[in-house]
Write a new protein. Structure first.
Length: 120
């Protein structure tokens, strides 16, 4: 998190602000809004590859609950990291960085978490 700069998403912030309420139409396609935040896109792809794609051919029902708990644990850890990051960095963030961070949190909470919840 410390090496990630939120100013790099300046050009995409206005489009993500207006479209965060959009409903995810196809559950097999990752939400396009994640592209504007590479950390979220990488996380989403990693989860899709490990938890879904690798297991799609032979998915034992006995691990459904384990996968759900692992995913929720992972999302909880990310939330905790974001909370700690903001508490330590809020005084050093510029107005633009703060706005971008809030957009990042909005996409994380309203798009990524709902997408993951819908697909597990």
């Amino acid at each position: 998190m410390h090496s990630y700069t939120f100013e790099q998403n300046q050009s995409l912030s206005s489009s993500t602000n207006n479209s965060t309420s959009a409903v995810i139409v196809n559950s097999f396609i990752s939400p396009v809004m994640l592209v504007s935040y590479t950390l979220l896109a990488f996380y989403c792809n990693a989860v899709l590859n490990t938890a879904f794609n690798d297991l799609r051919l032979c998915y034992p029902l006995s691990i459904v609950k384990i996968r759900e708990v692992s995913l929720m644990s992972s999302l909880y850890k990310i939330s905790k990291i974001l909370f700690v990051y903001y508490n330590f960095e809020k005084v050093t963030l510029t107005k633009l960085e703060t706005e971008q961070f809030l957009n990042f949190l909005n996409i994380y909470a309203t798009i990524l978490i709902l997408y993951m919840k819908k697909n597990y």
